[in-house]
Design a protein around this ligand. Structure first.
Ligand SMILES: [Zn+2]
Length: 430
């Protein structure tokens, strides 16, 4: 089955047509034969000379060199022409004669032995006609034998995060800053999703470089091998979500705690995806002391379990160590303690044992938990979670004790958290 030809109208074309004094003009469409795609690349207003259309460099396909075709544009050359276009589009293969088309668009040039392209604009369509999918911008392929209707894609006025505004509180999240500690595969995925949800700023903290062995699991790609992960993420997020601001901090939170501590109050929430026990404990402590919520994300049991743990400020919620002590006291496994044993057989954090899909799943859930926490806490919106501690099954039937006893892949169980221990120095500052 062959694809249908298609016309793309960059915003610059639309803006120039709409602000033109006249109602018609010439244009040039560049045809990319591999895609059977026409892009309007030059435009004349009235009888003036054609000017180059401004197409941003990142739209590489739209800027490809191809074969140029002459075309014309008309604003409302006749009543209901774009409704006629709708009728033709609905019946694939249908066409009208050039003579008929000339009565609809009296100024159309005779295409001779070539093909001509025409864009007709009807700004006066009613809402009902638009709902019926009549197009404000309609495309026509004109030959002496027949005139066919083709689809035109118009670049919208608003691109990027403002497009989400009707479904998601991007305006509120734009005010927020999240500190992301650890830019491994989980932290990288989490940072990308925080930006995608419209979080205004991330402070990304990681001492390491992005190396060859990281590439298979990471949101970063080959271009960034050799760079500091924090700088590479700043580039990556800036390319993808230009509204998002990134403050890169190339530091280890354990060795440089004095550097990190003054940055913490600038954040509204801390998301810790570091894979060692020590940085997780440091961030739990710093968040609790700064009265900030934090989200800890990791994989356990050789990539068999994902975990997202929300730690909240206030007297009812214990810190990371209080949670782990509570698990151990209940006869369960304390993942943090086990990892310190040289030959521990417990649920150690070993992210390099998990596949990229699982690491990104955990990172994405951590980002969503972070956003929900900000929306409910700081912005007073209803974004409740089922609990504070999510355990995600990444492999089936691992035979672990509760709360890590998920039976199947894709199973997510939610649990509460323990209150502070009376002797906890993080939860009970002297
Ligand atoms: Zn505590």
């Amino acid at each position: 089955m062959s694809k249908d030809p298609f016309v793309m109208l960059p915003r610059d074309v639309v803006d120039r047509m709409l602000s033109a004094a006249g109602d018609s003009g010439d244009l040039t469409m560049t045809h990319l034969s591999s895609e059977d795609l026409y892009v309007v690349t030059r435009l004349a207003l009235g009888s003036g000379a054609r000017v180059q259309v401004d197409i941003p460099t990142e739209y590489q396909t739209l800027r490809w060199n191809g074969t140029d075709y002459a075309g014309q544009w008309f604003k409302q050359p006749s009543e209901h022409i774009n409704l006629a276009h709708l009728e033709l589009i609905r019946r694939p293969g249908s066409a009208v004669t050039f003579e008929t088309f000339k009565t609809w668009v009296p100024g159309v040039h005779d295409p001779g032995n070539r093909i001509g392209l025409v864009i007709t604009i009807d700004p006066k369509l009613t809402d009902e006609q638009r709902r019926a999918r009549a197009r404000e911008y309609a495309g026509w392929i004109v030959t002496r034998q027949a005139v066919h209707a083709i689809d035109v894609a118009v670049e919208p006025t608003h691109l990027g995060l403002p497009q989400l505004a009707d479904q998601w509180p991007v305006d509120r999240l734009a005010q927020d800053t999240v500190m992301v500690v650890g830019l491994g595969s989980i932290g990288g995925a989490a940072a990308a999703q925080l930006a995608a949800m419209g979080i205004g700023q991330t402070i990304v903290v990681d001492p390491d470089r992005f190396l060859w062995h990281n590439e298979v699991r990471h949101v970063l790609d080959k271009r960034h091998v050799g760079r500091l992960k924090v700088d590479a993420m700043k580039t990556h997020l800036g390319d993808r979500w230009p509204e998002h601001r990134v403050l890169p901090v190339a530091a280890d939170v354990v060795e440089a705690a004095d550097l990190i501590r003054p940055l913490v109050p600038a954040a509204d929430l801390i998301l810790c995806a570091a894979d060692g026990i020590a940085p997780r404990r440091v961030m739990s402590h710093l968040a609790k002391r700064a009265a900030l919520p934090s989200v800890q994300a990791c994989v356990l049991n050789d990539g068999g379990i994902g975990e997202v743990l929300r730690l909240r400020p206030g007297p009812r919620f214990g810190c990371l160590l209080c949670q782990r002590a509570n698990l151990a006291a209940g006869g369960g496994i304390d993942p943090e303690a086990d990892q310190e044993l040289p030959y521990g057989t417990g649920l150690v954090h070993k992210p390099m044992t998990a596949i990229p899909t699982d690491l990104h799943l955990v990172g994405n859930l951590a980002a969503k938990v972070a956003a929900a926490t900000l929306l409910e806490g700081k912005h007073g919106q209803l974004f409740s979670l089922p609990g504070e501690h999510a355990v995600i099954g990444l492999r089936a039937a691992q035979g672990l004790a509760a709360p890590f006893d998920v039976a199947a892949v894709g199973e997510v169980t939610w649990h509460g958290v323990a209150p502070p221990r009376p002797d906890c120095v993080t939860c009970n500052p002297a």
